[in-house]
Design a protein around this ligand. Structure first.
Ligand code: NDP
Length: 277
């Protein structure tokens, strides 16, 4: 049969790590498949998705700025994508477009891969954008007993709570250190820590020493947030965990098998982000 096709659509897309990760899994699994990056301008996204859905293409991962468009044009939408309000995965079957969100499951997978029980709480989610919505949804679905939210713009945290975690406790941004008291999991889902942006600074001495800090930012891999948490003895989970975690169910949706064992995805992507000099 013909080689199978899947890919990732975004704008920009050149620096996406997904094609390298998927290529490594495709090769290790011995599949006859291609996973391609597509740079698609916002005005062209809907037509592109509809056109590709009429081909033999298995589906697409969707990244910035198309996650809402992908949700809006789908014929079928998973509960996760509907609740989060964004889709990072489109699959095509019989001309129908199915939208899903694997960022949420990917975050839980990242915790599990590091031996962290995703159900432990209280959990503090910092941020209220797309990443925070996926993470808060995932923790709520996992049954975390207490979810705390803090975001620079309180109204965005209130919207997130209303949509996804009605019983969340919202802490003012300036008082976010108070939310570290007794917390078991603390997640940076802001864009602070990205190279060029400032660091997310926390008073980690207030957190229990057996707590775990997780970051959604992966450029750089070692953010100030994680470095400071580690200095205070906390466990850490970096942003590549979530990236790899969302790719796993995507691979399975495209190719019908789980990613093969024997690929050290974290080491592969780490080397791409920080090539040895
Ligand atoms: P959004 O733009 O949707 O949200 C940005 C968030 O950061 C908002 O909560 C915003 O607060 C907050 N923020 C921005 N600047 C500041 C600042 N100076 N001080 C305090 N808070 C600030 O972004 P996303 O949610 O899509 O992405 C967030 C991060 O997560 C990015 O670094 C992205 O790369 C990463 N990400 C990682 C994934 C992975 O697989 N590892 C998946 C998806 C995202 P406010 O509401 O007040 O504006």
């Amino acid at each position: 049969g013909a080689a199978r096709l899947a890919g990732v659509a975004g704008d920009p897309i050149a620096h996406s790590l997904s094609p390298s990760l998927m290529a490594a899994w495709i090769k290790a699994a011995g599949l006859d498949a291609v996973y391609s990056p597509f740079r698609i301008a916002p005005d062209d996204a809907e037509a592109f998705f509809r056109a590709l859905a009429r081909t033999q293409c298995s589906g697409l991962n969707i990244t910035l700025p198309h996650k809402q468009t992908a949700l809006a044009i789908a014929d079928q939408v998973s509960p996760a994508a509907r609740a989060i309000g964004a889709a990072n995965l489109l699959t095509f079957r019989d001309g129908m477009i199915h939208a899903d969100n694997t960022d949420a499951a990917g975050f839980l997978g990242a915790l599990l891969a590091r031996g962290v029980d995703p159900e432990r709480g209280p959990a503090l989610v910092l941020g209220a954008g797309g990443a925070a919505r996926a993470i808060a949804y995932a923790l709520h679905q996992a049954g975390v007993p207490e979810i705390r939210l803090s975001n620079r713009s309180r109204s965005n945290a209130a919207d997130l709570a209303r949509d996804l975690v009605p019983d969340a406790r919202i802490h003012d941004w300036d008082d976010r250190d108070q939310a570290l008291d007794g917390a078991a999991l603390i997640v940076n889902a802001t864009s602070l820590g990205l190279s060029g942006a400032g660091d997310l600074v926390m008073d980690w001495r207030r957190a229990p020493t057996d707590a775990v800090a997780a970051d959604s930012v992966y450029k750089p891999l070692q953010t100030g947030f994680l470095r400071d948490a580690a200095k205070c003895g906390l466990g850490t989970v970096d942003g590549l965990g979530m990236l790899i975690g969302q790719a796993r169910p995507s691979f399975e949706a495209f190719f019908g098998i789980a990613p093969p064992e024997g690929v050290d995805a974290h080491a592969l992507l780490h080397a791409m982000l920080e090539p040895a000099l």
